[in-house]
Design a protein around this ligand. Structure first.
Ligand code: TMP
Length: 211
């Protein structure tokens, strides 16, 4: 019906430590939304397909060295370069399921010892997520899952620091999901939260900037 013309999609972000199961839950959510006939796309940050993304990717693979501040700003620029497309997609009714966002940016860089407010500053003005789903797992449990790919941050000691930073960042609006539950249980919880969020956005919840 013509009522659907102005309906917007939801900006849904999954966060968590490396090996928390974000990526597979993102693709499960994407298939679920497709089955429901809800227009949705799967996004991820860093988006390694852009020029900036390639610089980040080479840094993560230890093929290049960059100062902590420089790489932080590249991660942020990588979100900024996708901002207008993101807004257009949302406004045209597409829901975005995003694997990592600004919170990863702040958690990972501040885990290196950089000032958290400095880390947040370049994120201000990006689109605020409608829902943040945090897949909660201890660094020790995540490490037991194995398969750390050997990229720069995939080490237990560093993941412990990242975990502490995520703890500082969380607020009452985040949904914390126990990532140690069976995959299907996690999936079930996520489906419900995502579905409700999409409905709230359809019903007029407005898009706002990240503060
Ligand atoms: P990925 O494994 O999800 O592709 O992410 C690559 C790594 O980059 C992961 O260890 C988290 C880290 N990261 C940051 O340090 N800052 C950011 O802004 C983002 C999105 C990821």
């Amino acid at each position: 019906s013509s009522e659907n013309v102005n309906v917007r999609g939801a900006l849904i972000v999954l966060e968590g430590l490396d090996r928390s199961g974000k990526t597979s839950q993102c693709s499960r959510l994407h298939s679920y939304l497709a089955e429901q006939g809800i227009p949705a796309e799967l996004w991820r940050f860093p988006d390694r397909n852009t020029c900036v993304g390639q610089m980040i990717s080479s840094y993560l693979a230890n093929k290049s060295q960059l100062d902590d501040q420089a790489v932080h700003l590249l991660f942020s620029a990588n979100r900024w370069e996708k901002r207008s497309l993101m807004e257009n997609k949302l406004k045209s009714g597409t829901t975005l399921i995003v694997d990592r966002y600004s919170y990863s940016g702040v958690a990972f860089t501040s885990a290196k010892g950089l000032d958290i407010e400095w880390c947040k500053a370049p994120e201000r003005g990006l689109l605020a997520p409608d829902l943040v789903l945090y897949l909660d797992i201890s660094p020790e449990e995540a490490a037991k899952r194995g398969g750390y790919g050997g990229e720069r941050y995939e080490q237990l000691e560093f993941q412990r620091k990242v975990s502490q930073q995520y703890r500082i960042l969380r607020d009452g609006t985040w949904q914390i999901i126990d990532a140690c539950l069976p995959v299907e249980d996690v999936e079930k919880q996520l489906r419900k939260l995502v579905f409700d969020c999409i409905i709230a956005c359809r019903n007029g919840k407005s898009l706002s900037p990240l503060l």
